[in-house]
Design a binder for this molecule. Structure first.
Ligand SMILES: Nc1nc2c(ncn2[C@@H]2O[C@H](COP(=O)(O)OP(=O)(O)OP(=O)(O)O)[C@@H](O)[C@H]2O)c(=O)[nH]1
Length: 618
């Protein structure tokens, strides 16, 4: 069972190394869920003396007024060796065998944090004592509660100390060692008052009565120690520490312990209670209690650890991988992120179905079909060629084409001009279709960027990828426009001869080829030309309705799928580590948080395996 306390000590030490001592940390804290014992009491009530008696060593700073100005987390480790030493968390690997030096280091470390003023600090000092004469125990010594500020102290100190003490003892896992001097009225005890506040049922409060030897003649503490007055759930323990005179005379701790034993056994009023009085008994009782508390908390602790591990892992994966240190690693990381983006873009384009997300498709590609199936035909329709081929317009173009020499058989040039003027107007809808598809592709790029979690992590890379993809799409749009308009121009440049060959000829139909030149411009003649041109143009439109989408898909959609980031990758290959690092410019706060999370995760995993090993071994 002793292993349990050592384990908790070990975990507490690891917690401290991580700054996890439950003080407003944004991360889950293990410290708060581990049982600990806090020593509370009014100033000069004898807290430090009780601690020293428990340890059996003279090592705490002494003096008048407020001496304990920072919480002292004291971990006692029982060792088999016949040696005693102390170690501070802030001075790793330095062993103190001289306990006067320990006292000095506590003073110096307090001053380092608070300055030489009489101010207090909530940052704890961590001290471990290894000795064959101690029991495994973790105790927190807290500044003494006071009623008035002394010279040089801010007025707020009274409240500040109370708040600090409360912040420790209000945690449900904190066992309260409430120190009250027997030579003062217990009804006014600061320790009992604050302990009652946070633990009204007294389930985790242990009352310790100090200075029993200093009580007025004719008075004694029997009623309290027997539990008839100021009753707590656990029986009161009386202690007799060294007096100031003893301290001044350097009375050795072992001698003091002996004297204390004598006091309890030789005082007629306390003799019957002697077996459960004194610092040695207190230490053993607290150690036993701590063991049983830890034992009862183990299942809760295990489930808290597993739950926290999951939480930490989830957050870590949300934060993404850390940035690689070398150029190759960085390049690989950027390529991986880009691949993720490219994949998401393609999936949008193809409308790939995601089994996991309720069979919903990533929208996008279908909009492109909408351009080909609705937008383009509607725009061509809006050109209204029949109006364009009104009689007046046909006459105008035919006569202009004929010039001074009216056509002899058929108005060849007139036909060409009429057809060209109609077909040229298709350039508008063709260009609009290219632009519409470009807008859709750009929109998909934005969607894919925002869905690529890693790009959120690196704002500069996000901008670079966005710019590269946008530039690539613009290049593709320009190429697509060139190719698509070329299709229209090709239709203008060479007419389908067959169409005209198949037209019924006036002569063959029995018309009169000899009618006068002026008759050639009559209404029915012009109407026939108009309708011939219209049916030719309609035939070409039907072809273009099919070939324009082919050109757009070939130049834009297929190309975007194939080589959206090709240029970017080529440029990337020529960049050096520094430039690559700039792209992976993660927010330093996130980097720090990842490091903190990783360390904490490590702590929790270690704690988990150690607790598991211990419970399995039982
Ligand atoms: N005679 C006698 N003196 C005691 C006893 N306990 C403490 N003292 C004396 O009371 C004075 C204050 O004791 P400390 O242990 O320093 O008290 P503290 O509560 O730690 O003081 P702060 O940290 O300053 O709040 C010292 O001079 C001790 O020698 C006791 O049981 N008997």
């Amino acid at each position: 069972m002793e292993n349990l306390i050592s384990l908790v000590n070990k975990i507490q030490r690891a917690c401290t190394a991580l700054g996890d001592h439950g003080e407003g940390s944004a991360l889950p804290t293990l410290w708060d869920s581990l049982p600990s014992i806090a020593v509370v009491g009014g100033q000069s009530s004898g807290k430090s003396s009780v601690l020293e008696s428990i340890v059996g060593k003279d090592f705490l700073p002494r003096g008048s007024g407020i001496v304990t100005r920072r919480p002292l987390v004291l971990q006692l480790h029982k060792v088999d060796e016949n040696r005693e030493w102390a170690e501070f968390m802030h001075l790793p690997r330095k062993r103190f065998t001289d306990f006067a030096a320990v006292r000095k280091e506590i003073q110096d470390e307090t001053d380092r944090e608070t300055g030489r003023s009489k101010a207090i600090s909530t940052v704890p000092i961590h001290l471990s004592i290894y000795s064959p004469h101690v029991v495994n125990l973790t105790l927190v010594d807290l500044p003494g509660l006071t009623k008035v500020a002394v010279e040089g102290q801010p007025e707020s100190i009274v409240q500040d100390i109370e708040n600090m003490v409360r912040s420790y003892i209000e945690k449900p896992n904190c066992i309260i060692l409430a120190i009250s001097p027997a030579n003062q009225d217990l009804a006014t005890s600061d320790a009992i008052k604050i302990a009652r506040e946070v633990d009204p049922k007294g389930e985790r409060t242990f009352g310790v009565l100090t200075k029993v030897d200093l009580m007025d003649k004719g008075t004694d503490a029997v009623e309290i120690l027997e539990g008839r007055q100021f009753r707590l759930q656990y029986p009161w323990v009386g202690v007799v520490n060294r007096s100031q005179a003893d301290i001044n005379k350097n009375v050795d701790m072992m001698a003091a312990r002996r004297r204390e034993r004598d006091f309890w056994t030789n005082s007629p009023e306390y003799r019957h209670l002697a077996h459960r009085m004194g610092s040695e008994f207190l230490a053993k009782m607290m150690s036993k209690h701590l063991e049983s508390v830890i034992k009862s908390r183990i299942p809760g602790l295990q489930s808290l650890i597993s739950k926290t591990i999951i939480e930490l892992e989830t957050e870590l994966s949300r934060l993404g991988k850390p940035v690689a240190s070398d150029a190759g690693g960085k390049l690989y990381q950027i390529m991986e992120i880009c691949r993720g983006f490219d994949q998401s873009f393609k999936e949008h384009l193809d409308g790939v179905y995601f089994q996991l997300i309720n069979l919903r498709s990533r929208p996008g590609g279908d909009k492109i079909y909408g351009v080909f199936d609705n937008q383009l035909p509607a725009a061509i329709k809006r050109l209204q060629f029949d109006k364009h081929l009104s009689m007046d317009n046909v006459r105008k173009l035919i006569t202009e084409a004929d010039g001074y020499q009216p056509h002899l058989i058929a108005p060849e040039q007139g036909y060409r001009r009429l057809i060209e003027s109609c077909l040229t107007s298709i350039r508008g809808p063709a260009e609009a279709a290219v632009d519409a598809v470009h807008a859709i592709l750009k929109d998909l790029v934005h969607k894919a960027i925002s869905e690529t979690a890693e790009l959120r992590q690196y704002p500069t890379l996000r901008v670079e990828v966005l710019n590269a993809a946008t530039e690539a799409l613009e290049r593709m749009r320009d190429e697509s426009k060139r190719a698509t308009l070329q299709l229209v121009d090709m239709e203008c440049g060479y007419l389908t001869v067959d169409f005209f060959r198949k037209l019924p000829q006036d002569v063959e139909k029995g018309g009169n080829p000899t009618h006068s030149i002026f008759d050639r411009y009559n209404d029915s003649y012009l109407r026939r030309i108009g309708s011939t041109v219209l049916s030719y143009v309609n035939m070409v439109c039907a072809t273009l309705r099919n070939s324009i989408p082919k050109s757009i898909v070939y130049c834009q959609v297929r190309e975007a799928k194939r080589s959206l980031l090709d240029h970017f990758f080529t440029e990337l290959g020529g960049k050096e580590a520094k430039a690559l690092g700039k792209m992976l410019d993660e927010d330093p706060a996130i980097m720090q948080r990842r490091i903190n999370l990783q360390k904490r995760l490590e702590l929790y995993r270690t704690a988990q395996s150690e607790i598991d090993a211990l419970t399995w071994a039982k």
